[in-house]
Design a protein around this ligand. Structure first.
Ligand code: PDD
Length: 285
């Protein structure tokens, strides 16, 4: 059982954590988070995740309570104390607590919490693919910030599950953006396409690795948004995220209906990402 959690700057038993009911994360969703996957007790892409964490904090004018190096140490401590073999580490930072007021102050002490959870790396979905629901993107216009405000995402995920789909792919007026908790790629005539990293999507760490791998493998990449009709005509479709790695999409329903084969580009990217995970998780620690 993963009983140790991160509470500000200590790794302690969960029962020691006291969050105030006027914590701004609780009141306003005023906070940020990261999810890191741990393979064989080693976190993958820790540096990249905390770089994005710092960027999210800066975009929201939140002050980091300590250095990213200290975040690395505490993440390792969380993994060790919980004897986490495979799974995720979740780290969250809110703008602390105070009398409820929409107006935030810039220099307040942020509250950090985090936990570890045992989880097997994805296998079934990665091998067999998933069904997705194509639905409208109703989220705000700063999806580049990994903020705690996830209602548009959670509503889409619920809607997908109600249609027997594992993920929702979102579109704004016919332009596909990303998944409810993943990035989305298509392959057409051997060209890999995904939405550019702007305010409409979260620039996934897995997405960044995939783009690097594609370049190494001489796959032509276009970071250019595609439409729902282009999605329908794609040769291959897949989603990516920390917990899902590269997961093929075998069918889409909702605003369009189509079935897809799992293709060679998807399989190659899966394999090469796994190689990077194996290599990096051997090194980092
Ligand atoms: N979600 N887009 C959204 C909206 C996401 O929530 C996520 C990840 C991604 C992929 O990012 P990355 O490759 O860095 O995991 C894209 C995490 C896993 C979550 O909220 O649990």
């Amino acid at each position: 059982m993963e009983q140790y959690v991160l509470y500000n700057e200590t790794v302690t038993e969960r029962t020691n954590v006291k969050i105030d009911m006027e914590d701004r994360g609780y009141l306003f969703g005023d906070g940020i988070y990261e999810v890191v996957f741990v393979y064989n007790q080693k976190p993958f892409a820790l540096k990249e995740h905390f770089t994005r964490f710092e960027q999210s904090a800066a975009k929201l004018e939140m002050k980091m309570p300590y250095s990213v190096e200290r975040f690395y140490e505490l993440t390792h401590e969380l993994i060790t104390k919980n004897s986490l073999e495979h799974g995720i580490v979740y780290i969250q930072m809110t703008r602390g607590s105070g009398p409820r007021n929409h107006l935030y102050e810039r220099n307040v002490d942020c509250a950090v919490t985090g936990f570890a959870r045992q989880m097997q790396p994805p296998a079934e979905d990665k091998k067999n693919g998933i069904a997705v629901l194509l639905t409208e993107d109703i989220r705000w216009l700063r999806c580049d910030i990994k903020s705690l405000n996830l209602l548009g995402n959670t509503m889409a995920k619920r809607k997908a599950a109600d249609s027997e789909c594992a993920e929702a792919i979102l579109h704004r007026n016919g332009t596909c953006t990303e998944g409810s908790s993943s990035n989305v790629f298509i392959v057409k005539n051997n060209v890999l396409r995904t939405h550019p990293a702007n305010n409409f999507i979260l620039n996934g760490i897995t997405r960044q690795f995939i783009l690097k791998i594609a370049e190494e493998q001489n796959i032509t990449v276009r970071e250019e948004a595609f439409t729902t009709s282009e999605l329908k005509e794609a040769d291959e479709v897949f989603i990516s995220s920390t917990a899902q790695e590269v997961t093929p999409v075998i069918s889409v329903k909702g605003d369009i209906e189509q079935i897809f084969e799992i293709g060679p580009v998807t399989r190659l990217l899966q394999e090469k990402l796994k190689e990077k995970i194996n290599k990096l998780s051997e090194k980092s620690k």
